[in-house]
Design a protein. Sequence first.
Length: 333
Amino acid sequence: MKTARTKDEMPANPLPFTSRFESIGVKVPDRRLSTQELMSGVRMWGKFDLEGLTGIRERRVCGENEDSYVLSREAALDCLRYSSYRAEDLEMIICCSISKYKNGNTYVFEPPLSLYVKEAIGATRALNFDIANACAGMLTGVSIMNDFIRRGVIRCGMVISGENITSISRNAVPKVKTILSSQLASLTVGDCGAAVVLERSPEGKAALAVTDYVTLARYSDLCIGWACTDSPGAQMVTDARKIHQVAISDMPPIIEKALQATGLSFGISIILSPTRPPCGPSVPAASAWPTISGFGQRISWSISRNSGIRRPPPIFWPCTGSSRKSVSSRGSG
């Protein structure tokens, strides 16, 4: 009779391979909407400086012929332009969008958005499926594909996301009346598409050191989105103060666990690239969040490609959403 092995009996690295980011692509809409323009429609009691609080000067907004599908498709094509792989080489495509709009405001469930993108870019060999995990969706997709690659099931694949979510900003404008409004955070979002190709990492080269996430189900009601009943698009309500209290208290041990798994510690130099800015009555100053000032939320994936850093220190992407998630990457090349 077989018995489960204890942790001490498990091999140090039971999986034969590692993975790495091979290329990154983005699609950023041309249309810009400044925070000043957005806030001009808000009738709020007292003075409130959203730009000063969040650091978001403007956000990109989908144009007339842009939606979740278009952003995903164009990000995927942009990613392939930087990749050594062709579309037909991809063995898996995972779409992680929260929003799934196609042909304007038509919301698509089946066939999945990943299938439309797969057919559009010519990835004929790829297995495709969609996942949804709120703001942690993109990194959840990376974690899933990383597992497939590490186990040797596939050699390369693409994770994509196309977020057309600024309808929640538009629908929040007439409803935000105070700084404590449950729709205040809706004013921070922007539209963007992103795609990454993951591949099996050559031995001794840079690789994803660890991916880890923790679901805190008791907080699942702190941020909820659904179809708006009185206007096109969606709406979102959040308990912004509580979300950040939970993130501040629960994120450090998750990051520490990831560091320990890679043999690192809080004493080393890392690049920390969060996926969302602070938004609430008691959060850090906007100067701590300069990278999102011209784009709004949802743009973190363009930072790495455009940072100009050739040999960066370990990078952590912590993300809060329906799960708490962090990804670290380090290596020798």
